[in-house]
Design a protein around this ligand. Sequence first.
Ligand SMILES: [Zn+2]
Length: 282
Amino acid sequence: MEVVLERIEESLDAALGKAGVKRERLAGLGIASPGAVDVVRGIVPNAPQLPGWQDVPLARLLEERFGLPTLLENDASAAALGEHRFGAGRGSRHMLYITVSTGVGGGIIIDGDLYRGKSGAAGEMGHVIIDMNGPACGCGARGCLESLASGTAIAKRGEELAESGDSPILARLRKEEGPVTAEMMERAATMGDAASREAFRQAGHYFGVALAGFVNVFDPEVIVIGGGVAKAGDLLLEQARVTMESLAMTQPLKGVRLAVSELGEFAGAMGMVARLREEAEG
Ligand SMILES: [Zn+2]
């Protein structure tokens, strides 16, 4: 644990150095951490990537180390807040944020505030089940959105296409660059590869099924899409929109805006800036 705290201190100092800002000028620290977090007590219950981390009071440990007020938030929730306060969701009251990268995550803004649920685990949009007989998901269920439309799922389909000979372009790129990635398939699609294009369309369809469900449940004004795979833009989102519009109920669908993230990889950091500022203002 000490090692992780040292790393945090090192990267903080590196970032400050780069920005030309002294530590004394900091007003607080914000940590956006993966997985469910106990926001009120500032505790990370468990960190899958860090063995041995059980109920770590991360906020208090950092407060002691740096002498600064420290807030903790789930990473996707922090990104949702960032997009709501400073990005593509500005001015809305009800907003959903969905990030599509290696996995699929999300955050929920209701009446202008983050909705976290009873344990801090709300917003796991990637684990809504689309196909009960679908592929196994990392969470233990089958056919979750993440298992069908994440960057990992799309790349897995790409490997099949390269292997089977259905996509000569992907087969060539794989030979030159290594294992197929969603980003590689995006390039293949723009080079005219119909099989890659179809893989994105299929993932977009699953994504649209999930979006229709979210629209019916939350009746949001805007759904902000972020994460690396969102950069594929219309390759994924065009079909997602068509499917969403064909499946969602009329009333909640009316006026829903699908928007691409404006803050990109800085969404989470900006969300923590918003939280620190709002906390300080009371
Ligand atoms: Zn799952």
